[in-house]
Design a protein around this ligand. Structure first.
Ligand code: RB5
Length: 145
């Protein structure tokens, strides 16, 4: 299982922490940048890049990080086929997999502590999509143009 990661300068530090954690859990990662917190970059480009990596099959899942997680989640969700859930706690992380079948999650590097962020990542990875009554709604998401 390969997980794509992308962040702007506001999410860089947390992306690096998440990357180490994922690799420690045995996941392959695809790091799409950015590579420093010192240079201001544009979160839409990074959210789009991660979303495209997932829908094009270069990665199975994606994690995007900016200062709040908001901007980069909006960007990722503009890519058709992406279902990106912005998560600020483990309940949201679990539910966005179980009900929304989120293939990307967004985190806020200026919102979350490292331990909470890693618990969120694990809760999302370890949860399973339930399908069933949720599938119709997930299908409806793909119909929104
Ligand atoms: C960058 O300063 C900041 O706007 C960005 O990281 C993010 O929080 C946007 O939603």
């Amino acid at each position: 299982m390969k997980i794509a990661l992308a962040a702007d300068h506001g999410g860089y530090a947390l992306k690096e922490t998440v990357k180490k954690h994922l690799e420690g859990r045995g996941y392959e990662t695809l790091d799409l940048g950015t590579n420093s917190a010192d240079v201001s970059v544009d979160y839409p480009s990074y959210g789009e890049a991660c979303g495209r990596a997932v829908v094009e099959g270069k990665a199975d899942l994606g994690i995007v990080v900016c200062g709040t997680g908001i901007g980069i989640s909006i960007a990722a969700n503009k890519v058709p086929g992406v279902r990106c859930g912005l998560c600020t706690n483990t309940f949201m992380a679990e539910m966005t997999k179980r009900h929304n079948n989120a293939n990307v999650i967004a985190l806020g590097g200026r919102v979350l502590t490292d331990p909470i962020a890693l618990q969120i990542v694990d809760a999302w990875l370890d949860a399973e999509y339930e399908g069933g009554r949720h599938q119709k709604r997930v299908d409806m998401l793909a119909e929104i143009k």
